[in-house]
Design a protein around this ligand. Structure first.
Ligand code: BDP
Length: 718
């Protein structure tokens, strides 16, 4: 029997750091705050946790018990030392299913897999005990976080009856971090990874990052930008990567890297990166061996190829499948995976909404088993709203990942309150009708990748409410059937308070927030109306960029005759022509039919699929022009009512975080007004129609908005 009792001193130290955080309430504790529960409620929890025993002794079980100790010491305001033993009972027992103690309970554990867990209250040796049981230590870790979450939400833990396993085996953050610590599309400070100090330096922030990920079930992290610097594969960087992998391992997080397809040339000194070249194949094999010697559980690579100027197999007249398989075969002996991105965006004049489908659909079945094709949620590029990507459900012989963007590149960046749960459930729950209707996107994928919004800012994500997007991404990748509202409710009670007088307005505000952005930026299915390059603020008038499909005017197609992008009329496939092909037909026939008919297309996608006259009568009986103006105004009104909701929350939360959010909302209100006025000024200059009654004119003429430059972009340093 191995027995050790954690020293009281450590528990006291933990208690101190939980109850009096060095930073105050600045958001750095995320949803893992663990403030003391009201005195009256502590007793029952204290009884259930009177003697905590962990019947597992690996590093992941240790991470679980340390978290329990930290959480319970904080919430129950008393140190609760934990015993780590093999085969002892207690009031709360963490144990692997194979242990004799648990074996005697005859619990069904086969379906838990390697990451699932169950939590039950039962009798062991005649005593009532709550057990957290899993087949592997990773499951114990996830079960522990579920147990802690239950206490944070004041559930009766001696009646807990949970059995969970993740719907998707791979739940991965993608950091777009550069090696100089800048972050592509990052609005939360510098990169977390201090490459200059690694493999040394202070690991505490890395550990907190790993704890936060584990708490929501994220089990992988891609450390660097998809526009990858080939230096990442040099030995000196791999040693730094290995140091991070060592820190993350106890939290069941595997490390992945983005790699540049031409690395054999830049890093390896070869003359080519041609997938058919034996020396190139050998180079990737040797590189994989070197990596796995340093990092035995290395996850694999992400590759962005033949997109936005990145090299790829098409440079050698080969396909995406040839390129992906080249790298996958080097990783296969070690159990690694290649995430091959389907975000292909070239300089051609083709409709961007069709390019990935055209290039990837014919390759279905040609990718090796350890390749996953990573597809953005929508067919263009992380817009405030897009219909789901037509590749979902249409590559039945290929593993597919859904890529979501947590960082709000096109959604106001670090301005305001924008909860993305509703956006992701909209796509996860969308019916692909493939092979038959009733097949939501969530059931067609085997992984979720989230472009991280995390940086070195004290609150991690640039604003406190952006933490909810990190949280929601993990929870949805674990269980895509969860509703956005349930997740918002969970996050709110963990992050703010569980006082209903505050949770109700917060949840309401969160649930309206994404729709508000859609309305004030790109209502009725418009897309890509943001300023060039930095994608912040309105610029619908831009029409002179080198490539036609870089221009906002290309996407709105606003002209004297009407507005909207016709994706339903069959066009030419000649890439030199600006007439787009019929990309609505890329969807399965029932979906294509629904989107293609003006009678059935959802209002929210009207201008995505159809070009209609300004005076076109919508189902409401109002013209599209009137509805467009109405939506801009409603978006702005929503932000004003979010501000009111937030004012109601004031008495129930700490003043420091409340004030931070209040200033975020003040900024968002200004931004919404800017978007509303600039867009209406521009579209009115084209429609030449009067504003509908009771809608005020923009504050300034169009030329004012065209000349406006934000004084400082989000994410730029002060
Ligand atoms: C676009 C971003 C660009 C990324 C690209 C990608 O503007 O910075 O490199 O996506 O996903 O949204 O590769």
């Amino acid at each position: 029997m191995i027995e050790s009792s954690r020293p009281l001193k450590l528990a006291m130290a933990l208690l101190l750091c939980v109850t009096s955080p060095a930073h105050g309430e600045d958001g750095h504790l995320l949803w893992l705050r663990y403030p003391p529960l009201p005195e009256a409620e502590r007793a029952s929890y204290r009884r259930s946790a009177a003697e905590i025993v962990a019947n597992a002794n690996g590093p992941t079980a240790a991470a679980a018990t340390e978290e329990l100790e930290r959480a319970l010491s904080g919430m129950l305001a008393t140190p609760l030392p934990i015993r780590r033993t093999i085969d002892r009972d207690g009031a709360l027992v963490l144990a692997l299913a194979g242990s004799p103690l648990i074996g005697a309970l005859h619990l069904e554990t086969n379906d838990l897999g390697s990451e699932g867990f169950l939590i039950r209250t039962c009798r062991i040796n005649g005593r009532e005990a709550t057990v957290i049981v899993a087949n592997r230590e990773a499951g114990l870790l996830y079960g522990t976080f579920a147990y802690i979450r239950a206490i944070q939400q004041r559930h009766a833990i001696n009646r807990l009856h949970l059995r969970e396993h993740p719907a998707l085996p791979l739940r991965i953050l993608n950091h777009w971090d550069n090696l100089d610590r800048s972050v592509e599309r990052g609005y939360a400070g510098k990169s977390l990874w201090n490459w200059a100090q690694l493999p040394g330096g202070d690991p505490s922030r890395y550990i907190d990052y790993a704890r936060a990920n584990a708490s929501v079930g994220i089990n992988g992290t891609v450390l660097n930008n998809v526009n990858a610097d080939p230096k990442i594969l040099t030995t000196s960087y791999l040693k730094k990567v290995a140091a991070l992998a060592d820190i993350f391992r106890p939290y069941a997080i595997r490390v992945y890297l983005s790699v540049r397809f031409s690395s054999p040339i830049e890093t390896g000194g070869l003359a080519t990166a041609d997938p058919g070249d034996a020396a190139v194949q050998q180079w990737w094999r040797a590189k994989a061996e070197e990596i796995y010697r340093l990092i035995p559980d290395f996850g694999g690579f992400v590759v962005k190829a033949n997109s936005e100027g990145q090299p790829g197999p098409q440079d050698y007249h080969m396909t995406h499948a040839d390129g992906a398989n080249l790298i996958a075969r080097a990783l296969r002996p070690h159990g690694g995976t290649v995430f091959w991105r389907a975000f292909v965006y070239g300089d051609s004049q083709k409709d961007r909404a069709a390019q990935a489908y055209d290039e990837f659909r014919p390759l279905d079945g040609k990718f090796d088993q350890n390749v996953i094709v990573q597809v953005k949620n929508g067919p263009i590029d992380f817009q405030p709203r897009e219909p789901f990507h037509p590749l979902f459900g249409q590559m039945p012989h290929t593993r597919v990942a859904l890529e979501a963007q947590l960082t709000r590149e096109y959604l106001g960046q670090n301005t305001g309150v924008v909860y993305l749960g509703p956006m992701w459930t909209e796509v996860l729950h969308a019916d692909t009708c493939s092979p038959r209707c009733g097949t939501p996107v969530a059931t067609t994928i085997s992984a979720m990748a989230g472009v991280a919004n995390i940086g070195s800012d004290p609150d991690w994500t640039g604003t406190i409410f952006d933490q909810s997007n990190w949280y929601a991404f993990g929870r949805l990748a674990w269980e895509p059937r969860l509703s956005a509202r349930e997740i918002a409710a969970e996050w709110t009670s963990l992050t703010w308070t569980d006082d209903r007088r505050a949770t109700q307005p917060i949840i309401t505000m969160m649930m309206r927030s994404r729709e508000a952005v859609v309305r004030f930026m790109t209502p009725l299915g418009l897309a890509h109306q943001m300023a060039t390059d930095y994608h912040y603020g309105p610029a619908p008038w831009v029409c002179n960029l080198k490539h036609e499909n870089w221009n906002p005017c290309y996407y709105s197609r606003a002209d004297a005759g009407g507005i909207g992008f016709d994706r339903v009329t069959p066009g030419t496939t000649d890439p030199a022509s600006s007439t787009p092909p019929n990309s609505a037909a890329d969807y399965m026939p029932p979906v294509a039919r629904r989107f293609s008919s003006l009678a059935t297309v959802p209002r929210k996608y009207l201008l995505w699929f159809h070009h209609v006259p300004w005076t076109y009568r919508m189902r409401s009986g109002r013209t599209v022009w009137d509805e467009l103006v109405g939506d801009y105004d409603r978006g702005l009104e929503e932000v004003s009512s979010m501000r009111q909701s937030w004012d109601m929350v004031r008495p129930y939360v700490d003043v420091q975080r409340w004030t931070m959010v209040r200033s975020d909302l003040v900024r968002e209100q200004k931004e919404a007004r800017w978007w509303r006025d600039a867009s209406i000024a521009y579209f009115q200059s084209i429609s030449r129609l009067p504003l509908p009654a009771h809608h005020r004119a923009p504050a300034h003429p169009l030329s004012y908005y065209e000349a406006l430059r934000p004084p400082r972009l989000p994410g730029e340093s002060e």
